[in-house]
Design a protein around this ligand. Sequence first.
Ligand code: RIB
Length: 314
Amino acid sequence: MSPDVMVVGSLSMDLVLQVPRVPRVGETLAGSSFETFVGGKGNNQALSAARAGAKVTMLGKLGGDEYGKVVLETLKANGIDCKNMLIDQTIGTGIANIWVGPSGENCIIIVANSNGKLSPGDVEEAKDVLTAAKTVLLQLEVPVETVTKAAVVAKRGQAKVILNPAPAPPSGSLPGELLANVDILVPNETEAEILTGIKPHDDASTEACALKLLDLGPKAVIITLGERGALMVSRSEKGVEKLHIASYPVKVVDSTAAGDAFCGALASRLATGASMEEAIRYGCAAGALACTRAGAEPSLPKAADLDALVASKV
Ligand code: RIB
């Protein structure tokens, strides 16, 4: 099968606590709930792309535990092609411990487990699908050598490569070989600041930050700005193109996976023929809708909801 979107990345079980605030060192705090959700940035982006309407294939590595089975079943139930999915029976599935505060803000600690075992060799095994995909979507919860290999192999084919640099690595540590093979870099404000040292807090600083990211090598940069929407910058013979897309105001319940929703919907729309402007609009709508429900997987919107929200503001 030639996928619209191929995601190479992480899959995890999210262990989510509702907390009144971040505890101090040595303090014990009472949370108000505990739930588990299927998550992981790669998994969330694959689900988002599939729900937005694309044919999606996932390459990732699960552990030989119950969590791995639940994650795999969820991918399949959402119509995602899992022929390239791998299971390592010697290790557990990736875990994310997430604290969600009263305003929907979150803190996340991940333990890579099986995600840390996805290797460049695993990518090589899947090269035929990677080179046939229209869009390849990457993040940084699997080893960076594996992400780099995926970008390089994808560019042997026709794919547009999108990198969500999350979690953000220290400034200067992303390999040049990776950035040179990225078409669209999609950080959020925090990741953009870590990568550039510029805090994108207003229009001028956001633009300066985006241009500095563009200088790292990708063909385009989209900084997601939460309630401020998204800013895209790209360079062509005509000069620098800028595009600011406004967000969709919503009541935030839990912002977990909003960035993943954006990336999945963006990749889905680009792979199915939309313009960059329309694809970013769908990304903003997906990110906004993902904030309105608790948890990663349950919050990722379906195509009909995305269409309705985008149509509400033309
Ligand atoms: O981006 C949100 C995701 O980050 C969560 O689902 C969690 O698994 C962490 O990896």
